[in-house]
Design a protein around this ligand. Structure first.
Ligand SMILES: Cc1cc2nc3c(=O)[nH]c(=O)nc-3n(C[C@H](O)[C@H](O)[C@H](O)COP(=O)(O)O)c2cc1C
Length: 371
């Protein structure tokens, strides 16, 4: 496999080794005070808590002194360049947290070195019926079957137009609308890319959400190949192609990932995001087993080992030539350190951020490379 991937987009580097920072800024205040307030909102309904938090962060975006105060507390400079993009630090907000990009001025102030918005689809859509988001506190995990609820690619483009330049690089995650048949998926991704192209620093092709029927089938060799031909055509038609990344599921076999990497190489994909949520329910705490029966994708601590194994596999198979964003179950600084050691060039957080707050972003950004 390693002989078949394209020439280095970045220099292969020795597996990173990191020194843990001092433990003085653990997220105790967030966990004891803020988190219990957030988790209690809406009678404990996680989606209500999510909506209210996003609304608050969105309002905060419009208050420059508050944004500046947060930035002074949380922002960390640890620059690196991946897929030709300069990142102020390697810790990103994962897709799904701010699908419509409503709080884009606040995330960098909370310490994130980049933000991935979406997943957006060509058609605005409401997603699945509620309840569709479940917290598994003892397991530090979440199950979701949101189903790409979003305001659509054009609405995001309008918002980004109004917003102007951002403090950190912006990734935009693209998916297939539910009403679009799988055999017309290419059009959906293309049209979204067309209206959003000038706004994104990179684009994530999401073919790995378990909550849109048929979507994961787009990871198969022929379907992925056809999709990437169309999306790259659109990308190049712009005259200034942007890095395209493919986000993969943790439930693929090694053989399937190997095949997918070959297709990514053939179509000049710049990197892989590993991983999306899992259908597995391994590793749940006994108290969470009943909630664990809810259909949907599982994220958080139980996903960590598998996500890391996928990152290590991609790194090994491509000889380090395909940059990987490691995401899945990063709940503390050690998890992040192990993800970098597995070969991730950048990391992203979702569930760990919900449980630990912005102190975690700061701690991970401050990891120093050893040697
Ligand atoms: C509520 C929720 C919604 C999500 N929505 C998306 C999405 O729209 N697109 C996507 O690519 N990933 C989505 N994800 C997956 C995350 O981006 C991430 O890959 C996954 O949760 C693993 O990371 P974590 O363990 O840090 O949460 C979602 C995750 C959660 C918990």
């Amino acid at each position: 496999m390693s002989s078949t991937v394209r020439e280095p987009a970045v220099q292969p580097r020795p597996v990173a080794r990191f020194i843990r920072p001092a433990r003085h800024d653990v997220s105790v205040v967030y966990q004891r005070l803020v988190r219990s307030t957030l988790f209690g909102m809406g009678g404990g309904d996680p989606e209500v808590a999510h909506e209210r938090t996003l609304r608050a962060l969105s309002r905060l975006s419009c208050l420059p002194p508050a944004v500046a105060a947060l930035r002074a507390r949380y922002a960390v400079s640890a620059p690196r360049t991946v897929f030709g993009i300069d990142f102020p630090n390697p810790v990103g907000l994962a897709a799904g947290m701010d699908k419509n990009g409503v709080a884009l001025r606040t995330w960098p102030a909370l310490g994130f070195g980049y933000v991935e918005v979406g997943t957006v689809t060509w058609h605005a859509q409401p997603g699945n019926d509620r309840p569709r988001l479940f917290r598994l506190t003892d397991s530090r995990a979440v199950i979701n079957r949101m189903g790409f609820n979003n305001a659509g690619a054009r609405a995001l483009a309008d918002r980004l137009n109004r917003l102007g330049p951002l403090a950190v690089p912006l990734g935009i995650s693209l998916g297939k609308s539910k009403v679009t048949p799988v055999d017309r998926a290419v059009d959906d991704y293309r049209w979204s890319l067309r209206v959003l192209h000038r706004h994104g620093d990179y684009f994530a092709i999401n073919v790995s959400s378990p909550n849109t029927p048929g979507l994961r089938g787009l990871q198969d060799r022929d379907a992925l190949s056809a999709l990437l031909v169309g999306v790259q055509e659109e990308n190049r038609a712009s005259g200034a192609p942007k890095p395209l990344l493919v986000k993969i599921a943790p439930d693929l076999t090694d053989d399937a990932i190997g095949e997918l990497l070959q297709v990514c190489h053939d179509h000049e994909i710049s990197g892989v995001i590993a991983t999306n949520t899992t259908l597995s329910r391994d590793g749940l705490a006994p108290a969470d087993r009943a909630t664990g029966a809810e259909p949907g994708g599982l994220s958080g601590r139980p996903l960590a080992a598998r996500a890391r194994a996928v990152v290590a596999f991609v790194h090994r198979e491509t000889g380090g030539r395909m940059p990987v964003i490691g995401v899945g179950g990063i709940c503390d600084v050690e998890d992040a350190s192990r993800m970098f050691d597995a070969g991730a060039s950048l990391v992203q957080l979702y569930t760990g951020f919900v449980f630990s707050g912005p102190g975690l972003v700061r701690q991970i950004s401050r990891l120093r490379r050893r040697g």
